[in-house]
Design a protein around this ligand. Structure first.
Ligand code: G6P
Length: 483
């Protein structure tokens, strides 16, 4: 079995003395793959992302079971920053703002050529490493062209692709140039199986695929809520191949989270956070990468609105916001980080008192501190504009000591599973979000604990290991099967 993703399970850093220090990554795919154990003989193909990673490749340093590709830095930057995080991320999360964006010009075409080269480097590495008939699980929007490229190089392989993001509605996807849309869809259809986090995103893909070429691509979804399969004929493919569609809603890893959140470093951070919040105050907690789809600015606006609409909460509540920098090579993400910081400062200077800081904002990534905040949370605020799943929404109810109320955007994938016990919000509607925050803060202890228990049960229904194995089994059963 092979796994392919842009970001791998390990990264390296060059220390001052010239030595290499390795750090293990987190996330669902890492814990899912760890669960099948080192004996499975799996190989993980990923990109070298940092100078430390490139140095590790140069020195031949690495981990068993991980192959880092040293793709030329400029090609990687164009593919990752230019196409993946500025175009595909924006399309699937519907983040563009006219009249300035998007513009598909000569620069875009140049970057697209890098995206193709970067995908080809993955396809060639996978083709070179895979044993006959091996299963290859390709991850995410960075690698949409890999299934098609790999199919041409190695028709014997069983190929799966998993999308960790939403998939754009057809009307929005249509803003991409026609040939690019077609390349993305045909690239994905090189897989035997495409999997998504929710039915909604699976449907998004099926609708977009249908629009590309209704004659050569036939979509079957007999029951609208159950995506099924796509039959298609592509260039270089035998007639009528079938690509199966699956939905696997990645859940939180309860055992890991519960154990990790009671380690000494988390206790230490809880004590420090309690000091920042102040005795007897409630905490509204959010933890995100600082990234536009997370909607942190509107979250702060809603909190400000809450303080205006309900002055009785002043001095009695603190908004604990962890906004960890992400993709800072891109100006749009840097500007967003700055906007978050500005607004937090503004709220603090307008409402703060000598003994009360209304917003406690931290921007330095610290997993133990995030867990400490989860444990202390009275309310979790998760209000993304769109989100493939959002694991924070699933993790806080599992970890919180006394149970928390969850204010959740109906546009997060997690809403399909948690909607009943969360307080639903329209992420654009700041007044509505302020109302939900008030309701969450006012919820009785018992109701809050009951709801939180049900949220935790729903959130852990499909733990990462099972999520991963389900995909592998489905690929085993469905690959090569005619519809
Ligand atoms: C999302 C994507 C992942 C990505 C992660 C972090 O969850 O689906 O593929 O790895 O964000 O983003 P980054 O750009 O830092 O890898």
């Amino acid at each position: 079995m092979l796994v392919a993703s842009n970001r791998g399970p390990v990264s390296y850093e060059v220390r001052d003395d010239g030595s290499l220090h390795s750090k293990r990554g987190g996330g669902g795919v890492v814990s899912g793959l760890s669960a099948i154990g080192p004996d499975a003989g799996a190989l993980w193909v990923c990109s070298a992302l940092s100078d430390g990673d490139r140095e590790a490749v140069r020195r031949g340093v690495g981990e068993d079971g991980v192959l880092m590709l040293d793709i030329p830095a400029d090609v990687h930057a164009d593919a990752y920053n230019g196409i993946a995080n500025s175009v595909l991320w924006f399309v699937h999360h519907m983040l563009y703002q006219t009249p300035l964006e998007p513009v598909f010009d000569a620069e875009f075409r140049r970057q697209w050529a890098s995206y193709e080269a970067y995908n080809r480097a993955f396809a060639e590495a996978l083709a070179g490493q895979a044993a006959p008939g091996a299963a290859v699980l390709v991850q995410d929007y960075h690698l949409c062209l890999v299934p098609g490229m790999l199919r041409e190089l190695r028709p014997d392989l069983r190929i799966g692709h998993f999308s960790h993001t939403p998939w754009a509605p057809a009307e929005y996807f249509r803003m991409l140039p026609d040939d690019i849309r077609a390349q993305l869809v045909w690239g994905m259809l090189g897989a035997d199986r495409l999997a998504f986090l929710t039915r909604r995103w699976a449907h998004g893909f099926m609708t977009c695929a249908n629009e590309i070429d209704a004659e050569r691509i036939q979509v079957y979804s007999p029951v609208p809520s159950e995506p099924k399969h796509i039959r298609h004929t592509g260039t270089g493919m035998p007639p009528l191949r079938t690509t199966w569609i699956g939905v696997h809603g990645l859940g939180a890893d309860a055992d890991f989270l519960r154990a990790r959140s009671h380690e000494a470093d988390v206790d230490e951070r809880m004590a420090a956070l309690r000091g920042e919040i102040g005795e007897g105050r409630k905490a509204i907690v959010r933890v995100d990468r600082t990234e536009l789809s997370k909607n942190i600015v509107r979250g702060l606006l809603a909190y400000r609105q809450l303080l205006d609409d309900h002055p009785e909460w002043r001095e009695r509540v603190v908004h604990v916001a962890f906004a960890y920098p992400s993709r800072q090579d891109l100006a749009v993400y840097r500007d967003y980080t700055a906007a978050v910081q500005r607004l937090a400062e503004e709220i603090n200077s307008r409402y703060g008192t000598p003994g009360w800081t209304p917003v406690v904002l931290h921007v330095k990534d610290d997993f133990a501190r995030s867990l400490a905040a989860y444990r202390l949370a009275d309310v979790a605020l998760v209000n993304p504009i769109r989100d493939g799943m959002n694991l924070v929404a699933k993790e806080v109810p599992v970890v919180s000591d006394e149970g928390c109320a969850l204010v959740l955007s109906r546009e997060a994938g997690a809403f399909e599973e948690l909607g009943e016990d969360a307080l639903a919000v329209n992420p654009y509607d700041v007044m509505d979000t302020a109302r939900a925050l008030h309701e969450a803060l006012s919820m009785g202890r018992e109701e809050r604990a009951e709801r939180s228990k049900r949220l935790a049960a729903a959130a852990t229904a499909l733990p990462p290991a099972q999520w991963f194995l389900d995909q592998l089994h489905a690929l085993d059963q469905e690959a090569g099967q005619p519809a």
